[in-house]
Design a protein. Structure first.
Length: 183
């Protein structure tokens, strides 16, 4: 999990722990905030479950929610995001906890703000990938507008000279080793 996701999850859990408990509790499933807007994050809690993990499913969520034990009281906790395209209304939330299924409801409120959904937390389309350091050269966005100068030429000639000397010395060593082997 990336550091952004870990930070986001930690912030959601901390906010849920420190805020007044304004949960919509129904059938053993608690949802915070009680009436989230489309595209917002929610925290789910399920108490008195004999399992250490559970899965919560709702048509309002972007994906299934994995709940796990948090704290010493055995409460299962998890977070998800309400789909940005969902309309306001009441949605069923089903939690499978061992051999028992618990049902609750989630009331999605009206969209707030500009009417446009927030950017999704994860990419939903391919990311434009450049050619690494050569991408600017291919598109003409090179910050260096001038060609290599005298300094570059001197450095190149010096490196070529060092390489030529290394090859020559290697050849001399190889020739001496072959002559030493001959009887």
């Amino acid at each position: 999990m990336g550091s952004r996701k870990v930070t986001l999850c930690a912030a959601v859990f901390l906010a849920a722990a420190l805020t007044p408990q304004a949960y919509a509790a129904d059938g053993g499933v608690s949802v915070n905030p009680a009436a989230p807007a489309p595209g917002s994050d929610v925290t789910l809690r399920v108490a008195d479950c004999t399992e250490r993990t559970a899965i919560a499913v709702s048509a309002a969520f972007e994906s299934d929610v994995r709940l796990s034990v948090s704290g010493s009281d055995g409460t299962l906790t998890g977070s998800s995001r309400v789909r940005a395209s969902v309309t306001a209304g009441v949605y069923a939330v089903r939690v499978t906890c061992g051999d028992r299924a618990r049902e609750g409801t989630l009331t999605v409120g009206e969209r707030r703000g500009s009417g446009r959904p927030d950017a999704p937390a994860t990419p939903v389309a391919p990311v434009h990938a450049g050619g690494g350091g050569t991408a600017g050269l291919a598109t003409g966005d090179d910050a260096r507008a001038e060609p290599p100068g005298t300094g570059h030429a001197v450095t190149g000639f010096a490196l070529a000279g060092v390489a030529a000397v290394a090859v020559a010395l290697g050849g001399i060593r190889r020739r001496r080793a072959l002559e030493a082997r001959r009887p």
